[in-house]
Each structure stands twice: as C-alpha cells, then as structure tokens.
Design a protein around this ligand. Structure first.
Ligand code: HEC
Ligand code: HEC
Length: 347
C-alpha cells in the first residue's frame, strides 16, 4: 500500500471511531401477553422450548415433521419483512405498526385459524389456500394481493407464514401446559404438544372439500329459489332480508381473535373469499373459521342443490350494483340502533 492509501485508511478508521458504527437492532419475536403473566422460571422454560423447536428471528426454524420438504425460510422471511410485517407484525400476531385502525384486523396467525379455506370448518388451511390469499388478496379489506411477486417468493412467504402460525400454536400450548402442570416437561412437549400442532396441518392437506353435487348453469330460477332459501334457512337473520347485514343480531358479536365483527354486506360487491361460484359454495358449506358464519353442511344435507341456489343468489346480490340496480337507501333493521327504544339484541 502506498503512503497516501495508508493515510486514507487511517482517516477512514478515525471517522468510524468518532461517529461509531451503528447497526439497527434486529427485530425479535415477542412473547404472547399470557407468557408475561407466568412465573419467571416458566417464562424461561417456554422461551427455551420455543427457541429449540422454532429458532429465533435471526435463525428461524420450521416446526415440521421430518419428511416435510425443505423450506427456504430465510427467503420467506425477507419477503415477509418487506411486504407483510407492517400489518401482520414480526411474530405474526396481526399487530403490525399500521394494524390498529383496520377493519377487519390483519390476521393474527398464532391461533392457526384462517378464514378462506377449502377444508371443513375448524381445520387448518391448505397451502394452496394461503397461496391463493397471497396472490389475490382479500377483496374489500386492507389485505392486498401480490400477483406480481415471483412465484417462488409467494411460496416462500407462505411457508414463513405457516412457520409463524405453528410457532404461535406451540406457544399457546406451552402456556396451557405451564398453567395446568406448573412446569414445562420437555418430554410432554415432544410427545403431546408438537404432534398436536403438526397433525392438524398434515390432516388438512388431504381434506379438501368438493361440492356434493355438480355446479349447474345458473338461471333466474336458481336465483329465485336461492332467495327463498336465504330468507327461510336463517341467512337473513344475520345478513338481513336485503343482504346488507344490518340486523340487530349482528350487534356486539366478536370473532375468534376478540375483535368486533359483523355479517358481510353481500350487496357491497366485494366477496372477501373470492367470487368464483366454488369459493362461495365453500363459504356456505364449510362456514368461515373464526367468525359467526356457520357451516351449512349439516343443515342442508338433505337438499344439497339448495347450496348452489344460495350461491346463485349471493352472486346475484353481489353483482347488483354492477348491473346498475342500486339498492334503495336505508336499513330495514338498523345495525346501529337509531332510537333509544331499539335495544341491541342480547348475546
Ligand atoms: C396493508 C395491510 C396488509 C398487508 C401489507 C398484508 N396483509 Fe395479509 N391481511 C391483512 C388483513 C386486514 C387481513 C384480514 C382479512 C380478513 O379478515 O378478511 C389479512 C389476512 C391475511 C391472511 C389470512 C387469510 C385467511 O384465510 O384468513 C394471510 C394468509 C395473509 N394476510 C398473508 C399476508 C402476506 C403473506 C402478506 C405479505 C406478502 C400480507 N398478508 C400483507 C392486511 C395486510
Ligand atoms: C350467525 C350469523 C350468520 C348466519 C346465520 C349466516 N352468515 Fe354468512 N356471514 C356471517 C359473517 C359474520 C360473515 C363475515 C365473515 C368474515 O369474512 O369475517 C359472513 C359472510 C358471508 C358471505 C361472504 C363470504 C365472502 O367471501 O366475503 C356469504 C356469501 C355468506 N355469508 C352467505 C351466507 C348464507 C347463504 C347464509 C345462509 C345459508 C349465511 N351466510 C348465514 C354471518 C352469518
């Protein structure tokens, strides 16, 4: 090195020495509030088990059965940190910086509950379900679609979401275990808790629900029969006679994540779970996890074609505004009581 090069090097080091070399603190997974209420030694035990099985933010690990294919979690995490964290939060708790004022709130993945799936009520989602959500978004909510993201990035970020979900579910189970046994026995974690989390995910991959009867070509008759069923099978109790969801029955309902919720306004033209007939069929047949929308698989077992009638009707209501039929203003049963005599329905 020449003398002048040396001089530059020394100057450079001196500048770093004076100004310091700052690196931002890396993010970290934060513990569930319920953990913070436990005894310190239980908190440590839970933390140790979580790190052992799911890693840390800087070195995340998928809680997975041995034969599950390889996951590129670091790529998934990079995509997540760039595009999802502001809403869904570092730990996937749905509490990102911009989440507070959203309705519905960004999904808290840690319960393993997802709304728009192809599997029976209460099941974990299939990978394909999560992938579809990432690609098309959830129309009518703040959840954007990412159709331009390269296919592999979409897949990797879905794996990362699954890893956060399984991590959160394990954490929930560890909290319950600590609460009931007053200790966290690693053998119980290995033999009971981990399989309990993983089996539900495995089971879903082979539980896709297909329509009981083939989809008919929709005609005006389907729509009319669907409307009758809508009014007689209990749909209008929540969604209102006009499909707007402005009924007193909706008042004060909460979802599985503890936030206010209400029946969808079907006239808005924005079906959250997709507007293919198959999507709507699954919403009605399977219900919507974590929300008051029940499964009608049993209620309509004897008349499976009625489900298609209801799909035809839901589509027709949803497309009303596009056809130029603007529904008249004013609610039949106001969602928010407008007079002092109208009391919210009892829970
Ligand atoms: C601007 C905020 C925002 C961003 C950014 C965002 N989401 Fe969401 N996300 C939401 C909201 C709000 C919901 C809840 C929609 C609902 O409940 O109907 C949601 C729901 C979801 C769901 C659950 C769907 C279901 O079936 O329950 C998944 C999975 C998801 N987002 C993944 C992602 C991924 C992956 C990214 C980044 C590539 C991302 N989100 C970016 C706001 C966001
Ligand atoms: C107990 C109340 C309740 C009943 C009864 C009910 N729903 Fe729902 N429904 C809801 C709620 C709540 C949502 C919104 C769920 C969400 O996305 O958060 C919903 C959403 C929907 C959606 C929108 C799905 C989407 O993709 O956005 C459709 C379609 C629907 N319901 C149809 C029906 C039909 C048809 C019936 C009768 C067979 C019915 N509902 C009965 C509460 C109910």
């Amino acid at each position: 090195m020449s003398q002048s090069e040396w001089r530059w090097l020394v100057c450079g080091l001196a500048v770093i020495g004076v100004t310091g070399c700052h690196r931002a603190e890396p993010p970290h997974f934060s513990a569930d509030v319920a953990v913070k209420q436990l005894k310190p030694e239980l908190q440590t035990a839970i933390q140790d088990e979580l790190v052992k099985r799911t890693g840390t933010f800087l070195a995340p690990k998928m809680l997975a059965p041995k034969d599950e294919p390889h996951h590129n979690l670091s790529r998934g995490q990079a995509v997540y940190q760039q595009r999802c964290v502001q809403c869904h939060g570092v730990s996937g708790d749905g509490n990102g910086d911009s989440a507070k004022f959203m309705y519905p709130r960004p999904r808290d993945y840690r319960k393993g509950i997802f709304k728009f799936t192809s599997v029976p009520y209460g099941f974990r989602p299939m990978r394909e379900d999560l992938l579809r959500t990432v690609r098309q978004g959830v129309r009518g909510t703040s959840m954007p679609g990412f159709p331009l993201l390269p296919d592999q990035d979409q897949r990797d970020v879905v794996e990362y979401v699954i890893s956060l979900s399984r991590r959160g579910e394990l954490e929930g189970q560890l909290i319950d275990l600590a609460g009931s046994d007053d200790e966290v026995d690693p053998e119980v974690v290995e033999s009971d808790l981990v399989p309990a989390v993983l089996n539900r995910w495995l089971q879903s991959e082979s539980s896709e629900v297909f329509p009981v009867t083939p989809q008919p070509r929709f005609t005006q008759e389907h729509v009319e029969r669907g409307q009758k069923a809508f009014l007689s099978k209990g749909c209008s109790k929540c969604h209102g006679d006009d499909g707007r969801g402005q009924t007193l029955d909706n008042f004060g309902k909460t979802d599985a994540w503890g936030f206010h919720t209400r029946a969808a306004d079907l006239t808005s033209g924005m079906l959250h779970g997709g507007n293919r007939p198959l999507d709507i069929y699954r919403r009605i047949y399977n219900g919507i996890n974590g929300t008051p929308m029940p499964s009608f698989a049993n209620a309509l077992k004897e008349e499976p074609d009625t489900i298609w009638d209801l799909v035809a009707y839901a589509l027709s209501v949803s497309n009303r505004r596009r056809r130029g039929e603007i529904p008249p203003p004013g609610a039949i049963n106001p969602y928010v009581p407008t007079t002092s005599t109208a009391k919210p329905a009892e829970e």
